[in-house]
Design a protein around this ligand. Structure first.
Ligand code: AMP
Length: 442
């Protein structure tokens, strides 16, 4: 099947041809026919499957021109970077259409975004928090809304956007088509769908638990954090083919620690992105990584989810994620659009349980590699790695007193003294016969 067979409009087809897209991906083909039939959609798809075009193509296909520039299509995404990315995808597809697309997200001044929406938007891409701000300021009208897309809904709920999502869903016109996309179908996602959606048709890109087959996975058993740092820099120094490397770590704190260590070993080659970074720094890090200015990007899961960075050569799991599914999301960032990718994990003794859970989920044992001979094994431990000393709790018994009365006792002898104000003027008068001021000056 080709895009030409999809009953797309000429402008959309031309835009796709310009970009060299010829055949729809599985999810694109499946979602297209369901959306065109008017039904609600629940798409189970992760980034890299082409899910963005899967919802954009049929929604843009059904766009009806009006002079009234209020949104017909609303797309909710969990992160600010995704807003920017989806806006770019819409603009790519609407090169030959008269459609205004506006992206709004928090962390930056509300006023310019408010002005942009006010000036007119056919397609609005938003993070839930900022949309609630705009809706409550009366800055955006939803009366013309025809379709709602909620992308990465599982991540949105993970990030705690539950309340905002409900506020938004309650404010939208009820007669609309809904498209929901999630990498995993959790109970909560299902509950949300049953409450707000109308018997959605389930469409799956690749069942969760199946790693993309064009990713070569391997792992090293590494004793601790500092040895992991040494191994990462050794591999990067000896493998020039590791040219676009995404390194995942569990926490913002670890990300900061790792970038500090790596920057001394590979100066100027390493960037970092996590949610505590200022918005400008976040965009700059992604852009520099995308452009190849920096070779390595250290990232936490939350930020990296959904980011479509082209041609990532290697994904490192510097540590294993808490949630086994996240391992699959992480490694899915390489081997995109049918290009082979490499995923390498560093696993400590303490992470063996997580490894077992991941392998059970994938039904695949990650091949282990021997540590390189020239690797410097560090014996230094981070605070978190140091053995925890159990502090003994010593119970201190207080003496029981029966004769406890009011908290009153007589003053002791030395505290009996009464302070009397001294009258210096009178003392001087007595001594010198005239009132001498203490300062001696007027
Ligand atoms: P997504 O899963 O939406 O994040 O898309 C992943 C990447 O695949 C994006 O860089 C798209 O440009 C690309 N892509 C989407 N659809 C197609 C297609 N039909 N053929 C080739 N590449 C595509």
């Amino acid at each position: 099947m080709t895009f030409a067979e999809l009953n797309l409009t000429k402008p959309l087809l031309n835009a796709l041809t310009d970009k060299g897209y010829e055949t729809p991906t599985v999810i694109q083909e499946k979602v297209y026919s369901v959306v065109m039939s008017g039904r609600d959609v629940c798409g189970i798809a992760q980034t890299g499957t082409g899910k963005t075009f899967a919802y954009l193509l049929p929604c843009l296909r059904q766009y009806q021109f009006t002079k009234d520039k209020t949104p017909q299509l609303l797309i909710l995404v969990p992160t600010r970077e995704l807003v920017v990315q989806v806006v770019e995808a819409v603009q790519e597809l609407t090169t030959y259409m008269n459609i205004v697309t506006v992206g709004v997200y928090g962390g930056v001044n509300l006023k310019p975004q408010q002005a942009a929406v006010h000036a007119g938007a056919d397609v609005l891409v938003a993070t839930p928090g900022r949309l609630v701000d705009l809706l409550s300021a009366g800055a955006v009208k939803m009366k013309a809304l025809k379709r709602l897309v909620i992308d990465e809904v599982d991540e949105m709920l993970n990030l705690g956007f539950r309340a905002q999502l409900k506020v938004i869903l309650d404010l939208l016109p009820p007669k609309r088509q809904n498209l929901l996309f999630s990498a995993t179908l959790t109970d909560e996602v299902e509950a949300l769908m049953n409450t707000y959606f109308n018997a959605p048709v389930r469409v799956e890109a690749a069942p969760v638990g199946t790693p993309l087959t064009n990713i070569r996975q391997s792992a090293y058993a590494v004793p601790n954090f500092y040895t992991k740092v040494n191994l990462l820099s050794l591999l990067l120094r000896t493998h020039p083919d590791m040219n676009k490397v995404l390194v995942f770590v569990a926490t913002k704190h670890l990300a900061d620690e790792l970038v500090e260590e790596m920057d001394t070993q590979l100066p100027g080659q390493v960037g970092v992105i996590h949610s505590n970074k200022a918005q400008n720094a976040r965009f700059a890090a992604v852009n520099e990584f995308q452009a190849g200015t920096i070779r390595v990007l250290i990232a936490t899961d939350i930020i990296a989810r959904g980011l479509d960075i082209a041609e990532v050569s290697h994904v490192f799991n510097f540590d294993l994620p808490e949630v086994p599914e996240n391992y699959i999301h992480r490694i899915g960032r390489t081997g995109r659009a049918d290009r082979p990718g490499v995923a390498i994990a560093f696993i400590t003794e303490a992470e063996k349980e997580k490894q077992a859970a991941i392998e059970a989920l994938m039904n695949y044992a990650i091949p282990m590699l021997p540590l390189p001979d020239d690797l410097a094994i560090s014996s230094e431990l981070t605070f978190a790695e140091q053995p925890q000393i159990d502090m003994k709790t010593i119970q201190v018994k207080t003496v029981k007193r029966d004769d406890v009365g009011p908290a009153f006792h007589e003053k002791s002898a030395k505290n009996q003294k009464v302070n009397v104000r001294r009258d210096y003027a009178a003392e001087k008068m007595r001594k010198y016969g005239r009132p001498i001021k203490r300062s001696g000056k007027k």
